[in-house]
Design a protein around this ligand. Structure first.
Ligand code: ADP
Ligand code: MG
Length: 256
């Protein structure tokens, strides 16, 4: 059992945009099986950190390790295969494709060979396609998306689109799932469901979760570990209770 071992490590990660230092020497680790939350005021660098992890942005300096392997310079298209899946703060899906098609893309993202095989009609293509269909259907059922499976994503309400994005990320079978503000725009009832969902992603699917979230109630109730950023720097790290009581965190949120 490798639960509790280090899955992700950031070492002095720095990202600059011109004169802006969006991330300034940030270091922390995420252990396997954890639900880890990244908090901080607007502009703290949370999305930039996610963009670094999914290789949309390059680090100016520092290093990122996944399961002890340096992934700092791994090209973007390899990251899903390496086991990092994500959702975006502003949804990123194919709005003019159906729910099922979007989830199937996730299924094929993990297994590039599968995609090429089915295009080239190589042996094994039929079996792989059937497997992908079955996996997509399982996720659609689990996320209560089956009634919407053949609708266009762009026609669905925001909360439902968010579940589609989650289904697509899960279809890549990540070791580490990055969720950027999953609670944003959800109502009270949807929030409770989301908490339960994230917990079962960890408990039943065995996926480690790193989430950016503004909703403190959700963060405090759900996370094992919290990292707080402000102006690109890590200002606190620990249990939810420790971080909430940290003077630097209180100061950051009061804007003093
Ligand atoms: P958060 O997600 O915590 O609200 P961001 O990571 O989005 O913060 O932004 C951190 C800082 O980096 C902000 O000052 C933001 O304006 C800047 N920033 C983020 N992305 C870019 C970009 N692509 N180009 C220029 N500046 C950026
Ligand atoms: Mg953000």
């Amino acid at each position: 059992d490798t639960r509790g071992a280090e899955l992700l490590r950031l070492e002095a990660v720095t990202v600059r945009f011109g004169g802006i230092v969006a991330l300034d020497g940030v270091s922390f680790s995420v252990r396997r099986g954890q639900i880890c939350a990244l908090i901080g005021p607007n502009g703290a660098g949370k999305s930039t950190l996610f963009n670094c992890l999914s290789r949309l942005y390059a680090c100016n300096s520092g290093a990122i390790w996944l399961e002890g392997q340096a992934v700092t310079h791994v090209p973007r298209h390899r990251m899903a295969a390496m086991g990092i899946g994500r959702t975006f703060q502003n949804l990123a899906m194919f709005a003019s494709m159906t729910v099922r098609e979007n989830v199937l893309i996730g299924c094929h993202t993990r297994h590039h060979a599968g995609f090429a095989r089915s295009a080239l009609r190589l042996p094994g293509a039929k079996r792989r396609e059937a497997e992908a269909q079955a996996k997509a259907q399982q996720l659609l059922d689990w996320l209560e998306l089956t009634p919407h499976a053949d609708k266009l994503v762009g026609d669905l309400p925001f909360g439902t689109q968010k579940r589609v994005e989650l289904a697509r990320a899960l279809a890549t079978e990540p070791k580490l799932l990055l969720l950027d503000e999953p609670a944003c725009g959800l109502n009270h009832e949807e929030l409770d469901k989301l908490s339960e969902l994230i917990r079962s992603i960890r408990d039943r699917m065995g996926i480690t979760v790193l989430l950016v979230e503004h909703h403190m109630g959700l963060v405090m109730g759900l996370s094992d570990h919290v990292v707080a950023l402000n102006f690109g720097k890590k200002i606190a790290e620990g249990t939810p209770a420790e971080v909430r009581a940290h003077p630097e965190v209180i100061r950051a949120y009061l804007g003093a």
